[in-house]
Design a protein around this ligand. Structure first.
Ligand SMILES: [Zn+2]
Length: 211
């Protein structure tokens, strides 16, 4: 089980490469693993991802029971309960990695872009999701972004910044080297997750190894 941010990140990306290549191992999904975990869990990563049904975390990173502490909301919108869940994963469960997972063709980002364009706010509690994503869309537009992929990358970066800014606990754990935060952009068609930003971890200059 990885104990450093680097080991955790490498393990997670290795699983994604297996999934993307169509050669998953489906680790840690049997009855023995289930029994081992019954008394305690020690996941190696917290994952805050979009709720999109195509982003099933354990599947796309080829992990199993007890591996990932997963928090998913539409557009990985982060409010108080999300921040508290991440802090639980980092401070109580000692996860050495926090991942923010965005993806192309994200419905929450598209809905927010449409709401910003129309000057509307969304119905019901969808409004809360749109409000959380709006700063990212406005920042991307101010930067002259037009491609969907760049809107997603901007939103992932903004979400990482938001977590670090709002959670003193998370920022302290990153400063102490006990955990790192990495933002990933996932491509629905080929199943690959590409790093776009990190805190507390040096990203390799080759962002998308394929082997
Ligand atoms: Zn999405």
């Amino acid at each position: 089980m990885p104990s450093t941010p680097r080991e955790a990140f490498d393990l997670l990306l290795a699983g994604n490469r297996r999934f993307a290549a169509g050669t998953p191992r489906h680790p840690n999904q049997d009855a023995a693993r289930r029994a081992d975990l019954a008394s305690a869990q020690r996941p190696f990563a917290v994952l805050l991802g979009c709720s999109d049904s195509r982003l099933a975390a354990e599947i796309i990173f080829d992990q199993g029971l007890g591996d990932l502490f997963v928090v998913r909301t539409a557009g990985h919108a982060a409010g108080p309960e999300v921040l508290g869940s991440i802090e639980y994963g980092v401070s109580v469960l000692d996860c050495p990695l926090v991942v923010v997972l965005g993806h192309d063709a994200c419905g929450a980002v598209a809905a927010t872009r449409a709401a910003v364009a129309d000057g509307t706010t969304g119905r019901g509690y969808l409004r809360d999701v749109i409000e959380r994503v709006t700063p990212s869309v406005l920042a991307a537009q101010a930067a002259g972004v037009s491609e969907d992929e760049d809107f997603i990358a901007t939103h992932v970066r903004h979400t990482v910044d938001f977590l670090m800014d709002r959670s003193r606990e998370l920022a302290d754990q990153v400063d102490a080297g006990r955990t790192a935060v990495v933002g990933l952009s996932y491509r629905l068609a080929d199943g690959s997750a590409r790093p776009v930003t990190a805190r507390g971890l040096e990203l390799s200059s080759d962002p998308a190894p394929t082997s």
